[in-house]
Design a protein around this ligand. Structure first.
Ligand SMILES: Nc1ncnc2c1ncn2[C@@H]1O[C@H](COP(=O)(O)OS(=O)(=O)O)[C@@H](OP(=O)(O)O)[C@H]1O
Length: 296
């Protein structure tokens, strides 16, 4: 009887021992293989299997890590050469509009592994002094990227500056131009608020929005006021259309679910929103949500 119990115990111990050794061997094998596994990319699988032209995941990892260090200037020339990094002219520019959500658009595009943003607004095409420094100066302002990546910059002042369409056209007539617009009155108020905050920071006083935006003699909207002028999108767009034909534009956006006819100023006053006779433009002006005009 005792002998039988001992044999049973030995059998159980043997099974337990085998399980323990088996689990250990499995864990060793798994940890080894994990080292070789690529981390999961959140956009993987959404676009089907990888094609030859697709960007390797390594690019994304480098973008967050090594590329970032390069941009901060913590890299040697040798490292840049080794990793085949280049400073490329932008293939796409967010040209406006100021206070339209251009920063958010840039950041969102930059999430894509194929896109590398210029962190600062370069103001190459709208600033005569910068423009006189030449295209090489502009290129050198661009972030390091891999040759297959797309460099993108944003300078909302481009949209409203007279000389810019021609200058960009001369650099690259097939460049992608992105314009994100916003309901014009709200945009003008947002523009004013930014200036007002700047004045307040310097302990300066500033005019009320109504005083700047309404002509006291005519009681009409003062189109000479810069924040109002910037919001007259058609006026600026016309200049762009001389160089980049309408067929090159594609419109992305949604009609708003509702339509308010007034906006509130920082002082709490209700002011009428803009309107236009031009139907296609009116459609844009009526949008409360952002719309994107994309020159392709
Ligand atoms: N996703 C999204 N949806 C709606 N609104 C948004 C979004 N992202 C940014 N914003 C608003 O956009 C305003 C900033 O625009 P910009 O980045 O173009 O400003 S700037 O011209 O570069 O100064 C700023 O507007 P104000 O709040 O009126 O200042 C932001 O709040």
């Amino acid at each position: 009887m005792l002998f039988k119990q001992q044999a049973l115990l030995r059998q159980k111990l043997f099974v337990l021992g085998s399980l323990a050794i088996g689990s250990l061997l499995y864990l060793v094998a798994r940890v080894g293989s994990l080292d070789r596994l690529q981390p999961l990319c959140p956009i993987d699988g959404r676009f089907g299997p990888r094609g030859q032209d697709e960007i390797p995941l390594r690019a994304l990892q480098f973008k967050r890590g090594l590329l970032h260090e390069f941009r901060k200037g913590n890299a040697t020339k040798e490292q840049i050469r080794l990793h085949n990094l280049v400073q490329q002219l932008p293939k796409a520019i967010i040209i406006g509009v100021r206070k339209g959500g251009t920063r958010a658009l840039l950041e969102m595009l930059n999430l894509h592994p194929a896109v590398v943003k210029a962190s600062q607004e370069i103001h190459f095409f709208d600033n005569d002094e910068n423009y006189a420094k030449g295209i090489e100066w502009y290129r050198k302002k661009m972030p390091f990227s891999y040759p297959h990546q797309i460099t993108i910059e944003k300078s909302p002042a481009y949209f409203i500056t007279e000389e810019v369409p021609e200058r960009i056209y001369k650099m690259n007539s097939s460049i992608k131009l992105l314009i994100i617009v916003r309901e014009p009155t709200t945009r003008a108020i947002s523009d004013y608020t930014q200036v007002l905050e700047g004045k307040e920071r310097k302990n300066k006083t500033y005019y009320k929005f109504e005083k700047l935006a309404i002509d006291p003699n005519t009681c009409e909207v003062n189109t000479k006021y810069k924040a109002v002028r910037t919001s007259i999108y058609t006026k600026h767009l016309e200049r762009w259309l001389k160089y980049f034909p309408i067929e090159q534009f594609s419109y992305r956006g949604r009609r708003p679910a509702y339509h308010r006819t007034t906006a509130r100023t920082p002082a709490g006053r209700e002011v009428p929103k803009s309107s236009s006779e031009d139907k296609s433009v009116q459609f844009i002006l009526q949008c409360h949500q952002r719309v994107l005009l994309l020159a392709i």
